[in-house]
Design a binder for this molecule. Sequence first.
Ligand SMILES: NC(=O)c1ccc[n+]([C@@H]2O[C@H](COP(=O)([O-])OP(=O)(O)OC[C@H]3O[C@@H](n4cnc5c(N)ncnc54)[C@H](O)[C@@H]3O)[C@@H](O)[C@H]2O)c1
Length: 274
Amino acid sequence: MQALRTTDPSKINFKEKFNLSDKVIVISGGCGLIGRAFSEAVAQFGGNVVVADIPAAHPQKTAEEIQNRNSVKCIGIELEVEKKSSVIALKEKVLHEFGKIDGLVTAHQNKSHLKFELFENVCEENWDKVIEVNLKGTFFLCQVIGSYMAEKGSGSIVNMPSTYSVVAPNQNLYEGTSLGCPAAYSAGKGGIDALSRYLASYWAKKGVRVNMITPHGVWNKHEDSFEKNFAKYSPMQRMSYNHEVAPALIYLLSDASGYGTGNNLWVDGGWTVW
Ligand SMILES: NC(=O)c1ccc[n+]([C@@H]2O[C@H](COP(=O)([O-])OP(=O)(O)OC[C@H]3O[C@@H](n4cnc5c(N)ncnc54)[C@H](O)[C@@H]3O)[C@@H](O)[C@H]2O)c1
């Protein structure tokens, strides 16, 4: 994006910088807890949304509901991120429908990481599934859609690592709960973090910005014992809500962050500051 060459801020419409009107934003995992807040927020800022998710999540239904509430075009496309052919089909369908893609948000994840297995017992199949969906899926989306963006000379990608790609899970958090965080989740998320930085540098000259959002502890009707433990270890003493994560996406997708690439925007209530 070419920025206006001026030192006079009165020449700038700052609100307009956040406007996503006419942009086409693809959101993988668009039916998920955070993905649906992302999809809604993008639509409210005027962006056309492609809700991409597995068939069982019914992305067409989510897309229809978002379109009915907002005056933008919104479509749902079935996607399995770990299959390159599915990601290529997604790109083709979006280009056929809209003629372009301006933004890519990778908000999918494999849920099996929530079922905690002791590290000593993790089987290869479970390790592979988490890495395949979380890390390889992000790679395929960046490769297929990011390469298209690089070729056209513009685009904004937002990937999602985790606090657990930089700090270890505090094992006390899970005491007295049925939850946990297996190593494959941390390892895959660390890969997403590194991949995003790599691509931020790799595509900077091509006009493709690659940034990250790191949420933490987004409330999804968690069991009481987990919520209590969480409050004890969090500087802000509470879990977050999906609607508190989504505004960060508008900043990263829009011209408001036009000079930002390789950033990781933390929405973690201070979890990683101490
Ligand atoms: N929720 C949190 O507290 C939190 C914290 C840190 C990072 N994150 C990350 O943020 C992102 C969104 O998290 P969330 O809480 O909304 O997750 P979620 O589990 O609610 O949603 C994930 C979505 O991905 C979809 N999905 C699963 N497998 C897929 C596949 N093979 N192909 C395409 N889509 C698939 C699911 O159907 C679901 O709609 C994830 O990458 C997650 O790791 C979440």
